[in-house]
Design a protein around this ligand. Sequence first.
Ligand SMILES: Nc1ncnc2c1ncn2[C@@H]1O[C@H](COP(=O)(O)OP(=O)(O)OP(=O)(O)O)[C@@H](O)[C@H]1O
Ligand SMILES: [Mg+2]
Length: 337
Amino acid sequence: MTAVIDVRDLAKAYRAPFSRRQVRALRSVSFGVEQGEIFGFLGPNGAGKTTTIRILMGLIAPSAGGAKVFGHPVPSRRARARLGFLPEAPYFYDYLTVGELLDLAGRIFGMKRAERRARADELIETVGLEHARRTPMKKYSKGMLQRAGIAQALINDPDLVVFDEPMSGLDPVGRKEVRDIILSLRDRGKTVFFSSHILADVESICDRVAIVVSGEVHDVGRLSELVTGTRLGTDVALYAERANDEDLAALEARCERARRRGDELWLTLSADADVDAVLAEARAAGARVISVSPRQQTLEDLFLRRARGEGGPARGGAPAEPDGEAGEGGEQLHGEA
Ligand SMILES: Nc1ncnc2c1ncn2[C@@H]1O[C@H](COP(=O)(O)OP(=O)(O)OP(=O)(O)O)[C@@H](O)[C@H]1O
Ligand SMILES: [Mg+2]
C-alpha cells in the first residue's frame, strides 16, 4: 500500500507572543496514513493537532523533521491539487451563498463553468444543504457552516481530505451527518485524515488512530490493537436486599470502587482481584449475583491516561521546557467526549 501521508519526526517551535520564549508545539510526531483509510488524529486541547495539519497543508514550515503527501515533500503544488482541506475555524464571507462559495473554490482549482456548476449541485446535495442554497451563509447555523466547509473541501474531488475538528460544535445529528459523509468518502476509495477530541466519533468510524499529547505521538494503530488485550478489572453487580450490611461493607472496603443504587450494589474489582472469592463472600453475606463482567480498556481510558502523561511506547510524559511552556493546556482534557 502507498502511504498517502508520511510524517517523520516533526517538530515545531513557535515564538511566544511578546516574548523571546519558545513554545514547543511539536516535539516528535511520526505516523503514516495509508490509502483508503479513515485516520483519526486524537489529542487533548493544545496537543499539536492543528499545528501538524497546518504543516501538512504547507501553511507553516516545521522546525525539524518532514512530511510527505502522496510522496511529495510539503509544500507541494502537485499534492495540493489532490487534497481537500477543512480548517479548524473556517471563515466564509457572510453574504455569499453556498453555491457562490463553491463556485469561488472551483475557480481556484481552474474548473470550467459547467463543471463548477455540476460539482456544486452534487456537493450541496451530498452535504444536505439544498434547502438553504439561496440563503446567505451569515444566516447559517454552526452545523450548516461546517457542512458548507466540507463541501468546499471536496470541490476538486480530492483523493485525500484533511479535516481539522470536523465534528466540533455540532449536535448529535450534525455529528452523525459528518460521520456519514466521511464514511461515504471512504466507500469511494478516498483517504480521510481528521483531528478530533470527540472519542465516540473516532471510535465509531476510524480504521486507525494516532494519539498526540504535548507534541508527541504515543500510540498509532488500529483501535482494536490499541485498546483491547488489556483487562483493567472486573465489574460485579449484586442484589443486596436481604444481605448482611456489615459483611457487605467489609467486602466493599476491599474493592477498588463500590456504588449503591437502591438494593443494587456495584463493585469494581482490580485486575488481580480473586473474583471467585469475592463472589463467594458476597453470597455468604446474603447477596445475589446479578452480573460479572470484565472491564476492558476503552479508547477513553487510553486517551485519559495519555493526557495525564502516563505511559506510552514513546518517551512518556513530556518534560517541562526550561525556556518556554510545554504546550499550555497539553495535559488537560477539556472536551465534549
Ligand atoms: N501561532 C502560534 N504562536 C504561538 N503558539 C502557538 C501558535 N499556534 C499554536 N500554538 C501553541 O502550540 C500548541 C499546540 O497548538 P495546536 O493549535 O496545534 O493544538 P491543537 O491540538 O490543535 O489544540 P485544540 O484541540 O485546542 O485545537 C499550543 O500550546 C498552542 O498554544
Ligand atoms: Mg486545533
